[in-house]
Design a protein around this ligand. Sequence first.
Ligand code: ATP
Ligand code: SKM
Ligand code: MG
Length: 169
Amino acid sequence: MKFKRVFLIGFMCSGKSTIGKELAKSLSWKFCDLDEEVQKEEGMSIKEIFELKGEDYFRKRELEVLKLLVLEDNAVISTGGGLGANKEALELMKRHGLVVWLDVSFDAFLQRCKDVQERPLLKKSLGELKKLYQERKKIYSQAHAHIDTTDEPNKIAQRIIQILQDERR
Ligand SMILES: Nc1ncnc2c1ncn2[C@@H]1O[C@H](COP(=O)(O)OP(=O)(O)OP(=O)(O)O)[C@@H](O)[C@H]1O
Ligand SMILES: O=C(O)C1=C[C@@H](O)[C@@H](O)[C@H](O)C1
Ligand SMILES: [Mg+2]
């Protein structure tokens, strides 16, 4: 494979963690979830980090942890929703691997987020979330590949493997 790493970016609930696990399993690569790594390093949940140390601190820490993870070989790295919308982080990921934007419609995001653990950003109003969604889309769209996530996670993982194989030729 030309790429030694796959980075999954996209809005909350686009399936980065779910699809990342499937993809890593199919490739027999390592799986790293940036949100999990930051929580481990800080010894508290993202909700607690936001409450006790603030969002800016969380953003700084996720970028620092990314800078370490870009050196892992044969790794699928699922990011938090904000990282792929950070231009510095996106450029860094594009230099180190295949960056895939998992695209979720706003309506599907609203449906899916009913089932997930609390994300601090879900406290925002519907209007604020929609604005964030539209703004972030412009940056996510600079990824190497764009995949709609209406399909089942394992089929999406297979599509990413196809992209990796096509890139090898
Ligand atoms: N392709 C899919 N179709 C339907 N539901 C999905 C799909 N992918 C993920 N989900 C569901 O959406 C929810 C969020 O998925 P997941 O945690 O993987 O998203 P995420 O992109 O990692 O979110 P975050 O940015 O908040 O970490 C979960 O309940 C998961 O089961
Ligand atoms: O979209 C976001 O900004 C976030 C998404 C989650 O993955 C976490 O990284 C955190 O809740 C912030
Ligand atoms: Mg996730």
